[in-house]
Each structure stands twice: as C-alpha cells, then as structure tokens.
Design a binder for this molecule. Structure first.
Ligand code: NDP
Length: 239
C-alpha cells in the first residue's frame, strides 16, 4: 500500500532535512517547504514537491498544501519544524529579533496547524509534530525570547492535543537539546555564539540532526491509536 503525504517545514537544512531523507526512505511522498527552495530541490528525493514558502505567509503555505494534496492525497502528517534562534538579553536585544522568532516559531507553526487540521479531524486520522526544544520547558541564559517561543509551542500543543484527541488526531512534541545544525548561525551577537560554542565543546559534542529525525520517525511510526505525546532528547552529558 502506498504511504501517505508528509509535510515538513524548514526542510532546507538541519533537522528538517534529516527528517525529509528519513521519511522519504520509508516511502512517504513529501511536501518540503522553506525559503531556500534550491536547497530543497538539491535533496533530490523521489515523490517530493518542493515549494518556496515562508511559514509566516499563510497564503503561499496554503497553496503549496493544496497542490501537494492534489498530487499525493491528503496530508497525514505535518512536521512543524521551521524555526529561528536569535539569542540575546531582554534589555539590549533588537525587538525586531523577538518579532521574527514569534512570527516563525509560534505563528508560522499555528499557520500550519490551521491549514491541515480540518481535513485531519474530518478523516479521523492525522499527526501533527511540533518541534519544540529543551528550551521549551527549561531556561537558559540569553534565551528570554527564544524560550518564550518554545514554551509557547509546549502550551499550544498540549491544549491542541486535548482539543483534537477525540477525533483520533495525534499532537506530538519533539524537544531536542543542542543539535549540530545551522541554528546558532542566526544569532547576531558574536559573544553569545562563542559562549554557546564553548558550552557545546564542554559537553563533548551535541546531537546530530539524524538523532532527532530518528525520534520523529519513531513517534510517527507508531500505530495511530498509540500516542507518543512527547520525546525529549539530548546528549547524555547535556545537563
Ligand atoms: P536550521 O537553521 O538548520 O534549520 C531551520 C530551518 O527553518 C531551515 O530549513 C530554514 O529554512 C527554516 N526556516 C527558518 N525561517 C523560516 C521561515 N520564515 N519560513 C520557512 N522556513 C523557515 O536549524 P535546526 O534544524 O536546528 O532547526 C529546526 C528546528 O529545531 C527549529 O524549530 C529549532 O528551534 C529546533 N531546535 C533546534 C535545536 C538545535 O540545537 N539545533 C535544539 C532544539 C530545537 P530557510 O532558511 O531556507 O527558509
């Protein structure tokens, strides 16, 4: 039997890219979204539609989903992975940076949920996977706004889970610790980047994007009546 459609936001690098390769290898058709569409196309995965979508723009987001569903059938799983991390302290950080994080990490994620949920509830089947973070339930220095966005992901996911579980729709939160990706490069303050780099070194390394993709695959791969509500994963040495 052919596998159902999976949508992955932010699949042009890091965790999203690893999840795309992993679920494609399992035979799923994919809709991959990001602003760097050339990076999506370079993955060269079969049965895959790549579209340039900024998740904060619900109109282009919706068009891409409509196009993919016409080609591959209804969305069975949305992986809300797109995110940015602009670290800074509350009194000096440019408020434009908070706005970007809130727009992408929270509102972009809600856009995705809004676009796929009606179909999932109607079909009584579907999985939404929200990529949060250990910073979604634990605090770190210079993370005021970023932690705020990831705590929001936890809060909205739990509320959503209660709202849709009666329709057999699963809401899964994946909360990684530090992972080697492009995420830190978004931060504009060099001293914070250097400190973060030192912290990663002290721990003797961080997770690989594939480690997180494996957790996503495990949670999604359970029978529809088995709901892995959350997976939190870090290297063993991360406090
Ligand atoms: P990367 O920077 O490698 O990937 C981020 C992805 O998000 C890119 O594909 C980027 O694509 C996409 N993205 C950013 N802004 C937008 C936007 N406006 N619209 C669409 N796509 C966007 O980092 P990670 O793989 O690490 O991050 C993935 C998720 O994992 C994030 O939500 C992050 O917060 C979370 N996470 C990461 C951890 C880590 O240590 N790396 C730890 C815990 C959680 P493009 O620029 O092409 O649009």
């Amino acid at each position: 039997m052919s596998k159902p459609l999976v949508v992955i936001t932010g699949a042009s690098s890091g965790i999203g890219e690893a999840a795309a390769r992993t679920l494609s290898a399992k035979g799923h058709p994919l809709l991959l979204l990001a602003r760097r569409v050339d990076r999506l196309e370079a993955l060269n995965l079969p049965n895959t539609l790549c579209r340039k979508v900024d998740v904060t723009d619900i109109t282009t987001f919706e068009s891409a989903i409509t196009e993919a569903e016409a080609k591959f059938g209804p969305v069975d799983c949305l992986i809300n992975n797109a995110g940015v991390m602009l670290l800074g302290d509350a009194h000096t950080q440019d408020p434009a940076e908070w706005n970007t994080m809130l727009d992408v990490n929270v509102k972009g994620l809600l856009n995705g949920i809004h676009l796929v949920l009606a179909g999932m509830r109607e079909r009584k089947c579907g999985t939404i996977i929200n990529i949060s973070s250990i910073a979604g339930f634990k605090t770190f220095p210079n993370h005021v706004a970023y932690c705020g966005t990831k705590f929001a992901v936890h809060g909205l996911s739990e509320t959503l889970r209660e709202e849709v579980c009666g329709d057999d729709v699963r809401v899964i939160v994946i909360s990684p610790g530090a992972v080697e990706t492009e995420l830190l490069s978004h931060t504009t303050r060099q001293d914070i980047k250097d400190g973060y780099g030192d912290w990663k070194e002290q721990m003797g390394g961080v997770l690989k994007a594939q480690d997180v993709a494996n957790a996503i695959e495990y949670a999604y791969g359970q029978p529809q009546n088995v709901h892995i509500r959350e997976i939190a994963l870090t290297t063993t040495r991360q406090p």
